[in-house]
Structures are given as structure tokens and as C-alpha cells.
Design a protein around this ligand. Structure first.
Ligand code: OOB
Length: 564
């Protein structure tokens, strides 16, 4: 097996591989097993054939599949996809809500060696088009409709706008979306065929980055690197074969997928229950019925669950562990979750690019409440450096215990985004550390406390918003002269977005609601539509000369803080 897989493509490598000597070290240390997801699934099916693997609902139909059944479905679906012309190395844009089919679909694509590109259910035209074009996707696989939105039609529009897409595949849930002209997923069921096993060091799938500069970047993860993080996550979170993981968040996101998530549960021989919604009413009923033992939540949901638990008629006593992450969980909320839900809290600070930190189940309460955990791997290298000038980083390490910008590299952290040579030049150091953009403090125990951010991003309760992306949408409006988006504190979400908009002279009718509707109608995820819009006559000018957007946002943040 070769080390770095570097298929050249316009814009740069698909996969910036680890240097061969580093890859050899990760193999020798036992992190990379040289096994594909397909082989991994076959081994799991052999080890736990009769155990429940996946539980969930598609429309009115409840599904409950054992490991053997999941394996069989993934084989048959892989054959069906292959019969349709889906080939190894092709990218397939996937947009599925938490339906049970999510699991066999992903595993079937892995078996074919085609890479799922994990869009979130909230993504709309602009995001899907961008991601389909950038990945040169050959198929879009989606659901007919979900939460009263026609995903079939969205997939069709995405396909029509993207020359590379040959097929639209739709899971019909009876929800009424557009399925005309699409290949029904149910029809992709064929007798298993012999398929070449994909290279475990090659790209298994593409995750979407939260992004701080414009539209999402694609994150190439390999079988080897991801399976390592999945195995260790399952162990660190104490998953056992009799465990039951509830996927409350959208399963395509890295957190419910692998921290420890659906894949971690599979690895442990445990069951995954896919919740159609994370609201307490839906989730608590599932916890009681399926005897759920573990789940993962973003902080606002954890707070809502903690409040609702006091009044619920449902029996939550099976629940043992709740992971909270995606955004900062402060000590007050962290202290409340355990007692309110009768669980052990695990904080998780992760990123789709790789590095995942967990508080350990046997950590002292103090660390569990005040830190976001420590890395999975002894070979996760962490540097905390001087954050002073992001444009000209000196990358000198700060004094121990002081806050600084987090840089990391390791056995499951990417060395580069997918086909993004230019962006990679600044997103990574020359020696391969990923610039996370997070500000952290490291404790003597090696735990990290997230204290802020140097990247231009708003973290809206775990949902990441790139200000430039929203500013570009606002500025597409004919009456908008300029726009700047910042995050402002919010008691529920942690932060929400506030857009400052300068109208063109004479554009009197411009209002916040007009602009919100305008942004929404351009086809963007609802969480990116600005929460607050302030129409202002002009921007404060900072310093001398021309104001950069970054300086402008800094000035607006300072002013907003002052006003509070
Ligand atoms: C998870 O992944 P992403 O890719 O959506 O977002 C990563 C970013 C981090 O760089 C950090 O800025 C923020 O989300 N973040 C946290 C956090 N967990 C993530 N900030 C403060 N405290 C935390 N606990 O969000 C993700 C991936 C895997 C597991 C968990 C979360």
C-alpha cells in the first residue's frame, strides 16, 4: 500500500497525504489498520450477526436491522449503485435526514469506493451547487421531502446546474417531494457483485467544513484515519455491545457520525437509533422505548433537555452518558446536565478536519465541567501559539497555561482540504499543522479549554456560519452598498448572527425583513439567514486608510460590546 494518494485535479490534490515516514509510524503504532470500511463492516457482521445495528423510521415504516441484515443491505445496495454506473473514486453528494437508510447507503458507497459528500439536511441550493461542482459529483442521493421541504426538487436543480451529475437517486418516504425522473433508492437492490476493495489510505468520504472564508471547503477523510478515530471514540466513551446510541443531531455531521456516533456504536457492536428530531418530546420517547444509553448534543439542546427532564413522563433511566460539544459548553450548563439527566457528561471538542478531544469518563468533575477534553491519541500533536497576528503568524508557543491559537497534526487530522491548494497554504503550517482557528488554554493534564476564536466564524449553537458567505448574499441585493456580519452573545445559542447593512443612497425601503427574505430565497441553509439586521448609514472607520472587513467586524464587535 502506498502512503500519500495524490490524484491531481484542478485546484490541487484530492488528498494531501501524510509524509511516507509519518504514515509508516502511524501504521507501526497500530493506529492505521490498513482496512477499508467494507472489510470493517464484514468483520462486525461476523462478530455480532444477530445484534440490532440500526433502528429508525422511514415515513410510516419502522425499521430494525441486525448487523447481518445491515451488511446484506450494504452489499446489495453497493451492487445496485455499481449497476447504475457509480464507480470507485467518484463523489456522490448525499443529503439524507436521520432515516435508517442513511447507514446502509453510506456503507454501500464505501464498499463501491465511491465517496459520499456529506451535506446537511439544512443545506440549500447555494451550498449543494457549490459542493457538487467542487467535488464534481456524479450523483446526488437524497430523500423525497423532509420537514416540509422538497429535497427531490433541490437535488434535481443541483444536478441540472452541475455538468458532472448523471443521476439523481431519491429515497421515497411518502412525504411527497419530487421523485419524477429520479432513480428510486429502493430499486438499487441487486445480487452482490465482486467489487475491488478500496485503498484504506485513500479518500473514503468528504465532510463539509464549517468554513470561515466563503462557502464550505471539502475535507477528505481516509478509511484508515477515520476508523482509528471511530475505534478510539467508542472506547473512550465506554460503548459496549449492549449500548444504544441515539443520533439526535443530523447523522451526516462528524459529531453524531463518529464521536462516537453511529459508526462508533457499530464498531462496538451496539445499536444506533436515528431520531427524526432532537426535540425532547421525540428524543425522550425514543430513549424510553429503545433503552438508549448514550447520545451527543450541542449545548442549546443539552440545556433544553436538562429543563425538560424535570417534567417528562418518559423513563430516562437507561441513559448513562451524554456528550456535549460542537460549541462551548460553559461550567454552569456542564454542572447541570449530569444531575438533570442522571448521566455522566462528556465534553467533546472536535472538528471535521480531524482532532477530537474528550473529557474522560473517569476525569475529576472539575475537569469535566471546566474543560473541553483532551485529544484522542497520544500522537495528536497540539501547539498553543501566539494568536496576535493571524495574517503574519509567528507561531511561537505561548507560556504554559496561557491562551493561544490551537495548531494540531496527528494520525486522523487532514494535511489539506480537497482540491484547495491556495487555501491550504494558509490553513496549514509548512510542517503540516492545521490552524484550527480556535483559542485554547491547556491545563497541566493536557486538557484544552476553548476560550475563543481567531477565525472569522460565528458558532450558532454548533452550527457554523462564515460571515463572508452571508455578507456576499446580502451584497447581492441591488439596494445594499455594504454589509458586515458578526456574532453577538445569545443566552440560548451562545452566539447569533448580526448583520450591519449600509443601503445604497436613495434605497429607503430597505428593511431587515426584506433582506432576510432575500437571503432565504437565494437558497441558503436557514441557520445562515441573519438573526438580527441593523440598517446603518455608514460604518465606523477604524484607523487610517482603507478598512478591511476583518477590521470592520472587529470595530463592530467592540461597539456592540460597548453598547451592552
Ligand atoms: C464539530 O465539528 P465542526 O467541523 O462542525 O466544527 C469544528 C469547530 C471547532 O474548530 C470549534 O471552533 C467548534 O467547532 N467547536 C467547539 C467545541 N466543539 C467544536 N467550540 C467550543 N467547544 C466545543 N466543545 O463541531 C465537532 C466535530 C466532532 C465532534 C464534536 C464536534
Amino acid at each position: 500500500m502506498t502512503g500519500a494518494v495524490t490524484a491531481q485535479a484542478p485546484g490541487g490534490d484530492e488528498l494531501v497525504g501524510w509524509p511516507p515516514e509519518v504514515a509508516a509510524r502511524y501504521r507501526a503504532a497500530g493506529y492505521w489498520h490498513g482496512r477499508s470500511f467494507g472489510t470493517w463492516l464484514s468483520l462486525l457482521a461476523a462478530a455480532h450477526p444477530g445484534r440490532t445495528a440500526v433502528v429508525g423510521r422511514t415515513g410510516d415504516v419502522e425499521h430494525r436491522w441486525t448487523f447481518a441484515e445491515l451488511d446484506r443491505r450494504a452489499h446489495r445496495l453497493a451492487a445496485g449503485l455499481h449497476g447504475l454506473g457509480v464507480r470507485p473514486g467518484e463523489n456522490v453528494l448525499l443529503q439524507l435526514p436521520n432515516v435508517p437508510e442513511f447507514v446502509p447507503v453510506v456503507l454501500a458507497l464505501f464498499r463501491v469506493g465511491a465517496r459520499p459528500v456529506f451535506a446537511l439536511p439544512a443545506h440549500r441550493d447555494t451550498e449543494l451547487r457549490h459542493v457538487a461542482q467542487w467535488s464534481q459529483a456524479t450523483a446526488v442521493l437524497t430523500v423525497d421531502a423532509h420537514a416540509r421541504f422538497d429535497h427531490g426538487a433541490l437535488a434535481r436543480r443541483t444536478a441540472d446546474a452541475t455538468g458532472s451529475v448523471r443521476e439523481v437517486i431519491v429515497l421515497d418516504t411518502g412525504a411527497g417531494g419530487t421523485t419524477a425522473g429520479a432513480v428510486p433508492l429502493a430499486g438499487l437492490d441487486a445480487d452482490p457483485v465482486e467489487l475491488p476493495d478500496p485503498d484504506p489510505e485513500g479518500v473514503a468520504f468528504l465532510q463539509l467544513s464549517g468554513g470561515s472564508t466563503g462557502l464550505p471547503k471539502l475535507i477528505p477523510r481516509t478509511h484508515d484515519d477515520y476508523l482509528y478515530s471511530v475505534r478510539e471514540s467508542a472506547r473512550i466513551c465506554g460503548l459496549r455491545p449492549d449500548g444504544v446510541y441515539l443520533a439526535a443531531l443530523p447523522a451526516a455531521h462528524n459529531f453524531p457520525l463518529s464521536s462516537p456516533g453511529v459508526l462508533g456504536a457499530l464498531h462496538a457492536g451496539a445499536a444506533s437509533v436515528l431520531a427524526p428530531s432532537p426535540d425532547p418530546a421525540t428524543a425522550f420517547a425514543l430513549i424510553a422505548r429503545e433503552r438508549v444509553t448514550i447520545t451527543g448534543l450541542v449545548p442549546p439542546l443539552a440545556a433544553a433537555w436538562a429543563d425538560a427532564a424535570a417534567r417528562t413522563p418518559h423513563d430516562l433511566s437507561s441513559l448513562e452518558v451524554v456528550l456535549v460539544g460542537g460549541a462551548k459548553c460553559g461550567p454552569e450548563l456542564a454542572g447541570r446536565i449530569g444531575p438533570a439527566l442522571g448521566v455522566r457528561l462528556q465534553q467533546v471538542f472536535g472538528m471535521a478536519e480531524g482532532l477530537v478531544n474528550y473529557t474522560r469518563l473517569d476525569d475529576p468533575d472539575e475537569l469535566v465541567c471546566t474543560t473541553q477534553g483532551r485529544p484522542i491519541s497520544p500522537d495528536d500533536e497540539v501547539r498553543v501559539v501566539d494568536p496576535d497576528d493571524p495574517a503574519a503568524p509567528s507561531d511561537s508557543e505561548v507560556q504554559p497555561g496561557r491562551a493561544g491559537a490551537l495548531l494540531t497534526r496527528g494520525p486522523y487530522t487532514i494535511r489539506g482540504y480537497y482540491r484547495a491548494a491556495e487555501h491550504n497554504a494558509t490553513a496549514f503550517t509548512e510542517d503540516g499543522f492545521y490552524r484550527t482557528g480556535d483559542l485554547v488554554r491547556r491545563t497541566p493534564t493536557g486538557h484544552l479549554e476553548v476560550v475563543g476564536r481567531v477565525k472569522e466564524q460565528v458558532n450558532r449553537g454548533g452550527e457554523k456560519v462564515a460571515p463572508t458567505e452571508v455578507e456576499d448574499h446580502l451584497m447581492a441585493h441591488a439596494d445594499v452598498l455594504d454589509a458586515a456580519v458578526i456574532g453577538v452573545p445569545d443566552s440560548y445559542l451562545g452566539e447569533r448572527t448580526c448583520a450591519y447593512v449600509v443601503p445604497r443612497p436613495g434605497a429607503e425601503a430597505l428593511t431587515g425583513s426584506v433582506l432576510r427574505r432575500f437571503v432565504r430565497e437565494r437558497g441558503v441553509a436557514a441557520f445562515k439567514v441573519p438573526d438580527l439586521i441593523e440598517i446603518v448609514p455608514d460604518f465606523p472607520v477604524t484607523g487610517v486608510g482603507k478598512t478591511s472587513k476583518r477590521e470592520l467586524r472587529d470595530a463592530l464587535r467592540a461597539r456592540a460590546t460597548e453598547e451592552r
